[in-house]
Design a protein around this ligand. Structure first.
Ligand code: BDR
Ligand code: CA
Length: 313
């Protein structure tokens, strides 16, 4: 039986590849719905981007919802400087024919968790954690019903990418992250420490382009746009594919290594707001709330992407 997941996302080229990887893996993953959140760009545009990616995949019947328009307490910070004006610059994707569902994304998360058997739904978070935090605050009864949260965010050994201390997804809504990390739900965290080594270099971009389908061509175009920023910023050979690591972990956990540690979120300090404070050496004695991934096999990760994206339209 495929594992049931909800993808919470702000697409984003790397989010898009994550969605495509999930939709290309129907034997293992049953995507119950995709929920957009404000992040890389505003909510409306992120929701449209999610629809475009679903249509690109050619997979029918995937419902897309719009969730929260802004972080719990802060003014929204966006990242057009990374993802382009549309949030998904690169390929020229057609305007989506599919409509957004009318239900609010947070209510979709709540209803789904109440309806499905306990601990059978995994939440995959690829953007700021606003929708998950809001759902847990609005309906605390759903918290023990979640099987697992697998999220992209934070970092320790690689530092931050938005401030010296903070990664973008956690930085945008640290209060929501605080709710999620304190929820007691089993969490697997994919930090920058993993994603910074999953680089879409020129050879890999070319492999996407020649997969033989439109998804492969569009993926190559997305990565070409996306990597410009990171290549200029870090001098790397290709941009890091952060969010697809979340889905890859669900499909092939053996590609990643990590350990159980305590992670708390800094919400107070102006200097380090949004930092994931990782107790890597267990010096605090605080409860181990996170399976923190430390490294991954990039060759295996890209092979998985090539294999699964090739099955799409
Ligand atoms: C995260 O921020 C976004 O820009 C990416 O999509 C990813 O989720 C990386 O810091
Ligand atoms: Ca994202």
């Amino acid at each position: 039986m495929p594992r049931k997941i909800i993808i919470d996302t702000d697409p984003g080229q790397d989010d898009a590849v994550a969605i495509l990887l999930a939709l290309g893996s129907p034997a293992e993953l049953d995507v119950l719905g995709i929920v957009a959140v404000a992040g890389n760009v505003g909510l409306k545009q992120n929701a449209q981007n999610a629809l475009k990616v679903v249509e690109l995949s050619g997979v029918a019947g995937v419902k897309v919802y719009a969730g929260s328009e802004r972080p719990m307490r802060r003014t929204l910070v966006t990242a057009e400087y990374v993802h382009g004006k549309s949030g998904l610059d690169g390929p020229d994707l057609p305007e989506p024919r599919q409509q957004l569902e009318t239900q609010h994304g947070v209510d979709f998360i709540i209803d789904t968790l109440r309806r499905e058997p306990e601990k059978t739904v995994t939440l995959c978070a690829l953007g700021p954690l606003t929708n998950l935090g809001m759902a847990f605050v609005k309906a605390p009864d759903i918290v023990p019903r979640v099987q697992e949260i697998v999220l992209m965010g934070g970092g320790l050994f690689e530092g931050g990418n938005t401030t010296p201390a903070a990664e973008f997804n956690i930085y945008v809504d640290p209060e929501a992250a605080d709710v999620v990390f304190h929820s007691g739900v089993p969490i697997t965290q994919v930090p920058l420490d993993v994603s910074h080594f999953m680089l879409g270099n020129a050879e890999r971009v070319e492999r996407f382009r020649t997969l033989g389908n439109r998804t492969g061509v569009a993926t190559a175009e997305m990565l070409e746009f996306f990597e410009r920023f990171d290549e200029a910023k870090y001098g790397w050979d290709g941009g890091p594919l952060h969010d697809p690591c979340v889905i890859a972990y669900l499909l092939k956990p053996e590609l990643f290594q990590g350990k159980h540690v305590n992670v708390t979120i800094e919400t107070q300090s102006d200097l380090t707001r949004g930092m994931t404070v990782v107790d890597w050496w267990g010096v605090t004695g605080r409860v181990k709330n996170v399976n923190y991934l430390r490294s991954g096999n990039d060759t295996g990760f890209f092979d998985l992407l090539f294999e699964r994206l090739a099955t799409l339209a």
